[in-house]
Design a protein around this ligand. Structure first.
Ligand SMILES: Cc1cc2nc3c(=O)[nH]c(=O)nc-3n(C[C@H](O)[C@H](O)[C@H](O)COP(=O)(O)O)c2cc1C
Length: 187
């Protein structure tokens, strides 16, 4: 697979085969890729909490706000929920580039997952207190971004679209993600 194909395939996935576990080695492998991501001044301030325990996943799930554009959908049903999460933790005292570092690390992480056929969704709309209560944080840190992970149980279709930015679901429950065409993003 070329890198462009991997990038195209690596869509946000929000419905999973909940009973298909992701191995500890696979989860560690994703963090191992994320830690190689570039970061400002090579400060390497980010830390990662791996959540695969069923009870902890159950605790974290209600903290997540899923797919804001899908008003009729309140999130994955039992059986479709993420069997794992990776929580990216950052210093509470943010430096100028902290959030950029978080984004780059998260991108490496989801691409590493995608390379193994594992679906992922970055989540920044979540109840921090609930996640902190579930996994804790290093001293002076807080959870900034969650990556929900699992084997995909939904089809996600990427399509060029100049008219809309909201993702949507069709009558077969396939998830469509519009992206602006190449000639519209080049200045
Ligand atoms: C920084 C960031 C935060 C996001 N937060 C959420 C979130 O809280 N809940 C959610 O369901 N999706 C979230 N997403 C996923 C986006 O909705 C998704 O990337 C977008 O719809 C485009 O789909 P794609 O990832 O398949 O290209 C987030 C993505 C990014 C990059």
């Amino acid at each position: 697979m070329t890198f462009a194909e991997l990038a195209q395939l690596t869509r946000s996935v929000r419905r999973f085969h909940q009973d298909r576990k992701i191995s500890a080695d696979e989860l560690l492998g994703m963090v191992d890729v994320a830690r190689m991501a570039p970061c400002a001044a090579n400060l390497q301030k980010l830390r990662y909490s791996i959540v695969e325990d069923r009870e902890l996943c159950r605790e974290i799930f209600p903290a997540v706000r899923w797919a804001g554009y899908l008003e009729d959908w309140s999130g994955p049903r039992p059986g479709e929920r993420p069997p794992a999460y990776i929580v990216i933790q950052a210093p509470r005292k943010e430096q100028k580039y902290t959030r950029i570092d978080v984004g780059i690390a998260a991108a490496y992480l989801v691409l590493a997952a995608g390379a193994h056929g594992i679906g992922a969704c970055m989540i920044m709309s979540f109840d921090e207190d609930v996640v902190h209560g579930a996994v804790g944080s290093p001293e002076g840190y807080h959870p900034v971004l969650l990556v929900a992970l699992g084997h995909p149980a939904e089809e996600v279709i990427l399509e060029d679209d100049s008219e809309r930015i909201e993702y949507w679901r069709d009558e077969s429950s396939r998830h469509h993600v519009p992206k602006l065409p190449l000639d519209e993003v080049i200045y």
